[in-house]
Design a protein around this ligand. Sequence first.
Ligand code: NAD
Length: 360
Amino acid sequence: MDYKIAVIPGDGIGPEIVREACKVLDVVGKKFGHKFCYTEVLMGGVSIDKTGVPLTDEALETAKASDSVLLGAVGGDVGKSNWYKLPPNLRPEAGLLAIRKGLGLFCNLRPAVLFPQLKKACPLKDELVGDGFDFVVVRELTGGVYFGKRETVTENGVRKATDTMPYDENEIRRIAKWAFEVAKKRKGHVTSVDKANVLDTSRLWRQVVKETAQEYNGIPLQDMLVDNCAMQLVKDPKQFDVILTENMFGDILSDEASMITGSIGMLASASLGETKLGLYEPSHGSAPDIAGKNIANPIATILSAAMMLRYSFDLEEEADCIEAAVNSVLDEGWRTADIMSEGCKLIGTKEMGDQIAERI
Ligand code: NAD
């Protein structure tokens, strides 16, 4: 089958890591009889340089007309680049917000995987992580306190600021469905995280998630308060499979979750909406400090491509195949500089892509 993929290399290390992900996809295509057709789309600093804006309407239309989008990263050195002298709505990262909004992406999936081969990078004690952990944070992306009404006023000489945290049941139901769908493709249990002992939005969240769970009979659901979840992540991360949560809690917990894996170059992510069209990108940024040196780790982007196969195209076996290839390369001791340790073999971005492609 043919799949149309909009490819956004972006800035910094973006083009280098996306090239390796496409290389791996091509080999998967050959092995399994699919054709991945790429259309390059400009976004971020490169788009500003060529068109004056971080994302043109045509670029967004191209992304909308695709089956899925693969993104490297956007942005430059915030202290040095002229892009950051522009108003915020014209800076590289504005492209990211515009494409997420334009594609209606309300669900952010961030897997936190500690590969047993990289255990030394994990800041947690050995006995807490055992053979590693593997869970995913499902974060609501377009509602809650980041999008609620806010104001700052001065009353009787006292400055006062208010943020509101609105959620309606439809917003909760659609993200809860994604969490159960993800759990179906994994080991299969959901931990829904809220602050239902205090917040009305959380009490509604809890009810709607419970109702949604009834459509997914057989997938166990557990509720957990967000403060407890923050502790459990560093006390016993192996207990989690799918963590479902709202926007702000998810923002904080997904960063905590990625930190305990210790290796930013390994972490994939996906943003999804009502349709199968998703945006897949590494969790890290454009790393301008190492751009153009063939030392960036392409694995996060390659694993993001695997997520694309699994969630947008339902190509489960093909996604497994990429993940197995990454595991086998790590087992054999091949490492880029960011994950290098004693006794391992140091290789560059391109060579890491070659190694993974070869094992497909
Ligand atoms: P960053 O993630 O780009 O880099 C942080 C550190 O991690 C750097 O030392 C970098 O060299 C290293 N690093 C990151 N990815 C790596 C990889 N694949 N292999 C090896 N090392 C890697 O974060 P930053 O420095 O805060 O931001 C740089 C730029 O990226 C900024 O302009 C920022 O706005 C942008 N950014 C973009 C995205 C995105 O496109 N989704 C996300 C975050 C940051």
